[in-house]
Design a binder for this molecule. Structure first.
Ligand code: SF4
Length: 76
């Protein structure tokens, strides 16, 4: 489960976020390229845009489900 108190600083505010346990596998960028990006300095993904429509919401939920280390959180 992602740790809200350990959010990567580049996340935009909003329900979805990535914490610092990310291992940089890029799966979330493949699942939700409109919402997730990658910080090469910290080797950590982050949410650069919260979902704006149903397709993006589905993609973000797929990314959350697919993350192998549960680094993606959803504050609902
Ligand atoms: S799927 Fe999880 S571990 Fe992989 S880059 Fe995204 S947040 Fe990091």
């Amino acid at each position: 489960m992602a740790d809200k108190s350990d959010r990567h600083p580049d996340n935009v505010s909003g329900k979805f976020y990535v914490d610092n346990s990310c291992i940089g596998c890029n799966v979330c960028l493949e699942e939700a390229p409109e919402n997730f990006d990658f910080d090469e300095y910290t080797d950590n993904a982050y949410v650069f845009k919260q979902p704006k429509n149903d397709d993006e919401l589905k993609a973000c939920n797929s990314a959350l489900e697919a993350c192998p280390v549960d680094a993606i959180g959803d504050d609902g």
